[in-house]
Design a protein around this ligand. Structure first.
Ligand code: NAP
Ligand code: ZN
Length: 354
């Protein structure tokens, strides 16, 4: 059985967003029904729904930065109760049995995990994401939002937070390390805060100095404009780690020259285009070029607790369901400080078109 809720969907890559009625399944024994309070807009939502990463099935609601309140639980749910403050990120299910799942790396599930949107669910339907009033999720994929974090500034942590937390933890960023965050958008602004909280000396590499004041407020030690003449030559061999959050192609060879010998460039930005690389850029100085995919569920909880403990949260611009098309244009133009978050209360006044 199913129940209906409102969701913000597109019916094609170039169609505007529309409030439409969708079906959510009644909770299975291990499901949690969440009344969504806030949903962040990640650049991955844009890549996906515009089919920049490949074909998707429409109508589609995206959104994988979800914060809300438990409204109902299945008969077998033990970890959550009605009224709990919870979050859901990019995953809503995985096999739970493969080596990766058993190692808390559900994002790499060997049997194929279920993404929060545009993915085939356990019942064969296409998952519909967080731009919606409610979502039904297996309890293993639900995390707790600490009381210290309001829903709207917590929602972006569910993707932007974990995606930057995980590589900074994996490469053990510590006091004294010189970290560069490349691209100051939704991911980048969390990367700055988390790297700073880990004690690093943090440099923001942005296309211009337009966001300098905001970057310093986030804790950055300095901001450098990558478009400035002589930038690459002036900062050769300066950083231990570059966290690349850029949603477009970058000149990998040029950025690798900014690393100290044995430095690491961790890429999380996921532009659709292929990028070229001279292997010599890695050989000289024995450098590491690596990627990172969100993080597992246990690490996502660890990240939320870390953010609450260190007073970190997203800087957001809150919008109603009628403003998402405009918001997408502004994200693409790099014109948001630093995450749009949909206030799902605005669904109440919206008449569904279907
Ligand atoms: P965003 O808010 O749009 O930020 C991206 C930033 O990249 C911009 O603020 C801008 O920074 C820089 N940028 C954009 N276009 C550029 C260009 N043409 N040349 C150079 N710099 C450019 O996006 P986001 O939500 O943070 O996501 C960033 C990327 O990470 C996306 O590709 C997204 O799909 C991906 N992602 C990956 C994961 C993962 O698990 N690996 C998870 C979430 C998102 P400045 O204005 O400071 O230059
Ligand atoms: Zn995302």
């Amino acid at each position: 059985m199913t129940f209906t809720v409102k969701a913000l969907q597109k019916t094609g890559p170039d169609a505007p967003f529309e409030v439409r009625t969708i079906e959510r399944r009644d909770p299975r024994p291990d499901d949690v029904v969440i009344a969504i309070k806030a949903a962040g807009i990640c650049h991955s939502d844009i890549h996906t729904i515009r089919q920049e990463w490949g074909p998707v099935t429409y109508p589609l609601a995206v959104g994988h930065e979800i914060a809300g309140v438990v409204e109902a639980v299945g008969s077998g749910v033990t970890a959550f109760a009605v009224g709990d403050r919870v979050g859901v990120g990019c995953l809503v299910n995985s096999c739970g049995e493969c080596a990766e799942c058993l190692d808390d790396q559900e994002q790499s599930c060997l049997n194929g995990n279920v993404g929060t949107y545009a993915s085939t669910d356990v019942d064969g339907t296409i998952t519909q994401g967080g731009y919606s009033e409610k979502v039904v999720v297996n309890e293993r994929f639900v995390v707790r939002i600490p009381d210290a974090l309001p829903f709207d500034v917590a929602a972006p942590l569910l993707c932007a937070g974990i995606t930057t937390y995980s590589p900074l933890a994996r490469w053990d960023v510590a006091p004294g390390d010189k970290v560069a965050v490349l691209g100051l958008g939704g991911l980048g602004h969390m990367g700055v805060q988390i790297a700073k909280a880990r004690g690093a000396d943090v440099t923001v590499l942005s296309r211009s100095l337009k966001k300098e004041q905001a970057a310093l407020e986030l804790g950055a030690d300095r901001v450098l404009a990558t478009s400035e003449e002589g930038f690459f030559a002036a900062h050769k061999r300066e950083f231990d780690l570059i966290l690349n959050t850029v949603s477009a192609e970058v000149n990998l060879d040029a950025y690798l020259r900014l690393l100290k010998p044995r430095g690491v460039m961790a890429c999380v930005g996921a532009p659709p285009q292929a990028m070229s690389l001279r292997i010599g850029s890695l050989i000289g100085g024995r450098k590491v070029l690596t990627g990172s995919d969100i993080g597992g569920i246990a690490e996502t909880q660890e990240m939320l607790d870390f953010c609450a403990q260190h007073g970190l949260a997203a800087r957001i611009e809150k919008i109603g369901v009628d403003a998402v098309d405009d918001a997408y244009e502004r994200v693409i133009a790099g014109d948001v400080q630093f995450r749009f978050v949909i206030d799902t209360a605005t669904f109440a006044d919206a008449e569904p078109v279907a």
